[in-house]
Design a protein around this ligand. Structure first.
Ligand SMILES: NC(=O)c1ccc[n+]([C@@H]2O[C@H](COP(=O)([O-])OP(=O)(O)OC[C@H]3O[C@@H](n4cnc5c(N)ncnc54)[C@H](O)[C@@H]3O)[C@@H](O)[C@H]2O)c1
Length: 272
């Protein structure tokens, strides 16, 4: 159902890899709500993945870019303004990758070259994105930038590995750049802390299935789906949240404020 919440707005969605991706759902809902958008992902994801199908469905130009490259990011903003006919109103950063996780390196045996890459891809790319956009004056006044994060930034979750440190840095960039961008250009910057979600990146986390099940039982509303995360992103891009900035917003069915639920107690007693 469309309420035209993004009517007349121009957006860039980074990170739609396949139908499971949170960014994929955001792209679909943004267009449904009246926005025109461009899509961006790595050259390999664009070549090998399903982004092209999404671009055809949504009539959205795809601009291949490695989000760790300032030059690539400049191209994304320049080409998006050209394709969409003006400054950008909203940006989604939905990017994460850890080679340490992929290669099974434990947290007390990290490869530091991989750690550099984790931080660059999953966190510093967010700073680069905002710095590039601000220098190009590419985001319109009242615009909204959102990045996706996870509660492992604040609390320790087994198996999350160096992604936890990347998320802590990402959230910090959201606050620090949010101040500067708000002060100078009236642009909002927020991070959304999402429930475990069964996507390609999500399934790379060690013990994901168990964590997904645990979080489901630990959250009064259950785990938030990718679709509902996309709904929250739409609200954050809309004019309904004009005064919200520099926040880390939990979108997790209540998980972050729970200590213990009846469902977990019953599970524990049953297995004892
Ligand atoms: N799935 C979860 O459980 C969960 C929970 C909380 C937060 N998040 C976050 O949500 C975001 C989206 O992840 P997802 O779960 O939709 O998985 P996903 O695998 O669909 O998306 C990750 C995206 O990052 C892109 N990417 C990787 N390296 C890149 C690079 N160098 N440049 C540009 N793009 C690059 C991938 O191509 C992919 O499109 C990530 O930031 C992730 O950490 C996911």
């Amino acid at each position: 159902m469309s309420n035209n919440l993004l009517k007349g707005k121009r957006g860039i969605v980074f990170g739609a890899l396949n139908e499971k991706s949170i960014a994929w759902k955001v792209a679909e809902k943004a267009v449904e709500q009246g926005a025109i958008i461009t899509l961006s992902n790595t050259p390999i994801a664009v070549r090998m993945g399903e982004t092209k199908a999404l671009s055809e469905k949504l009539n959205a130009k795809v601009i291949a870019a490695d989000a760790t490259s300032v030059e690539d990011l400049e191209q994304v903003f320049v080409q998006s303004m050209e394709a969409l006919g003006g400054k950008i109103d909203f940006v989604l950063h939905s990017i994460g990758m850890s080679l340490n996780l992929r290669k099974g390196r434990q947290y007390d045996d990290l490869d530091y070259g991989f750690l550099d890459k984790t931080l660059d891809i999953s966190a510093i790319s967010f700073h680069k994105m905002m710095q590039v956009a601000k220098k190009l004056d590419a985001i319109a006044e009242g615009g909204s930038v959102v990045a996706l994060t996870h509660i492992a930034a604040q609390r320790t979750f087994t198996g999350y590995n160096d992604m936890a440190d990347a998320k802590a840095l990402l959230e910090s960039f959201g606050r620090s750049f949010g101040y500067i961008y708000g002060r100078d250009k009236k642009v909002r910057v927020n991070t959304i802390s999402q429930s475990p979600t069964l996507t390609t990146a999500g399934q790379g986390i060690g013990g994901m299935d168990a964590f997904f099940d645990f979080a489901e039982k630990m959250s009064p509303l259950g785990n938030a789906s990718a679709e509902s995360c996309a709904d929250y992103c739409i609200v954050m891009f809309s004019d309904l949240t004009r005064m919200v900035t520099m926040q880390n917003l939990f979108h997790d069915g209540g998980f972050s404020n729970m200590g213990l639920t009846q469902a977990i107690v019953e599970d524990y007693i049953e297995k004892k």
